[in-house]
Design a protein around this ligand. Structure first.
Ligand code: UDX
Length: 451
């Protein structure tokens, strides 16, 4: 029988809530502090305030171990472990804006007891932040007996719970041995793979124990940026190879098949497309590049990764502009506005960027997303029609650009939908549609490096 711990989690975003649910499923008693009233009310009713598969079903399973409050004093004094999971949005000057981190620390400091507690930083923060936190906590709570640990999260939106209960690895950066031992106790059920999960996640349960790495706090902080930067590099690399395919007649699918069978390269994150978006890769690659520069090192490879990503979507538009003999007064359908499927998150959405660029080039835009009602979108200027129905969206369009590979686009009847369009031109920005089906539906098909 594993012994359970008292855990306080500060912040109920994707990371905080998924971690809270995973630890409650693991048998710990978890109190989540969320200060946004609307969000808190939804959570207290057992619901999830954003779209994320599996979380609501999992909350039902662990409701006895999980509660939500707005007050630090209801969670912090009794906690064995306090996990900081507030957001660190992009900041032009320092890569990551740490205001929410420091505000939370000021608030919780007054409730720290004098017994041993571990303060875990899960939010993605620049290397060295643990030292700043240490100094601040010594000033704010000199009598507290606090060990600061860095424990980055690698979960993906759209499969956040699955990644939290079945992670590839757990990374702990802590200088005190007792703090590492306590975090090992926290993660013991996850490492042993014995956490109860909603039934549909069972097939993903790993057959091996999950490794835990004990590293320095600086290494843990940097490891998170390195992992994201490496994955972003794989994507930009494949996008560049796809661009070479376009000019040489080679096919990106063939290249991917060849690369992914090389165990040294690995099978994942080799999909060429319009580039990466979302709340992490764009922010973290920029933050790491700035962090390196501040430490006196120019990270040239990462700079190129970012540049390739920024250009990729516009290269696609240039290609379409060429096929359509100009974009002015053309009606273009944008398919997909969330930054990837299975999420309603539009942060750094390629679809939104493309709409703005199409408008700038004189086109009219109709945009569709299966989760349209739940999306947060900017105020577009005139010339944009948002559609919740795919057929309406395609009506009278000169071309469609598939931006987000939602399943509904793969399953759509393109022969029928094509009849609605003025011209049957499909720019598949994620290489996700069947070439055969598009040919049979009489479409001019353009992919990314797909020949
Ligand atoms: C990412 C990391 O994967 C995760 O470990 C980290 O904790 C947070 O950032 P997330 O942003 O949720 O997760 O999504 P992810 O699935 O990694 O995709 C990020 C972007 O890369 C998306 O825009 C996606 O479309 C793009 N992508 C991904 C590609 O263009 N090609 C690929 O092969 C994979």
């Amino acid at each position: 029988m594993q012994s359970s711990l008292e855990v306080a989690i500060i912040g109920a975003g994707y990371v905080g809530l998924s971690t809270a649910v995973a630890l409650a499923l693991a048998g710990h008693r978890v109190r989540v502090v969320e200060q946004q009233t609307q969000k808190l009310e939804v959570l207290q009713q057992g619901q999830v305030p954003f779209f994320e598969p599996d979380l609501e079903a999992a909350i039902l399973l662990c409701a006895d171990n999980l509660c939500f409050t707005a007050q630090m004093q209801k969670a912090v004094p009794t906690a064995d472990i306090i996990i900081l999971a507030v957001s660190t949005p992009p900041s032009p000057a320092h890569g990551a804006d740490l205001r929410q981190v420091f505000a939370a620390l000021h608030q919780l400091a007054v409730f720290l007891p004098d017994r041993q507690q571990v303060l875990v930083v899960k939010s993605t923060v620049p290397v060295g932040t643990h030292l700043e936190i240490q100094t601040l906590m010594q000033q704010l709570a000199p009598d507290a007996n606090l060990a600061i640990a860095s424990n980055p999260e690698f979960l993906r939106q759209g499969r956040a719970l699955r990644d939290a209960v079945f992670p590839d690895r757990i990374v702990i950066g802590a200088s005190e041995t007792w703090a590492f031992a306590r975090l090992q106790q926290l993660y013991a059920p996850i490492m042993a793979g014995i956490v109860q999960v909603p039934e549909n996640l069972e097939i993903h349960r790993p057959k091996h124990a999950i490794p835990i790495l004990e590293v320095s706090a600086a290494s843990a902080e940097l490891a998170k940026y390195a992992a994201n930067a490496f994955l972003a590099m794989k994507i930009s690399f494949m996008n560049e190879i796809a661009n070479v395919c376009d000019s040489t007649g080679a096919d990106i699918g063939d290249i991917k098949s060849t690369l992914q069978l090389d165990t040294r390269i690995g099978a994942d994150f080799l999909n060429a497309g319009l580039g990466y978006g979302g709340s992490c890769f764009p922010k973290d690659t920029k933050a790491l590049s700035q962090l390196a520069l501040r430490s006196g090192y120019e990270f040239r490879l990462l700079k190129a990764v970012i540049e390739v990503n920024n250009e990729q979507k516009y290269r696609a538009l240039n290609k379409l502009e060429h096929v359509l003999h100009g974009l002015r007064d053309k009606q273009i359908a944008i398919l997909g506005l969330s930054f990837k499927p299975d999420t309603a998150d539009t942060r750094e959405s390629i679809g939104v960027d493309l709409i703005e660029e199409l408008l700038a080039r004189g086109a009219m835009v109709k945009a569709h997303d299966p989760m349209l009602a739940q999306l947060q979108l900017p105020e577009f200027s005139q010339g944009v029609t948002l559609c919740s129905d795919l057929a309406n969206c395609l009506e009278s369009c000169d071309a469609a650009i598939l931006v987000t590979e939602w399943r509904c686009y793969q399953e759509a009847n393109w022969a029928l939908l094509g009849q609605r369009m003025s011209q049957r031109i499909m720019f598949d920005g994620r290489n996700t549609l069947s070439l055969k089906a598009m040919q049979e539906a009489d479409f001019v098909y353009i992919g990314i490096g797909r020949n």
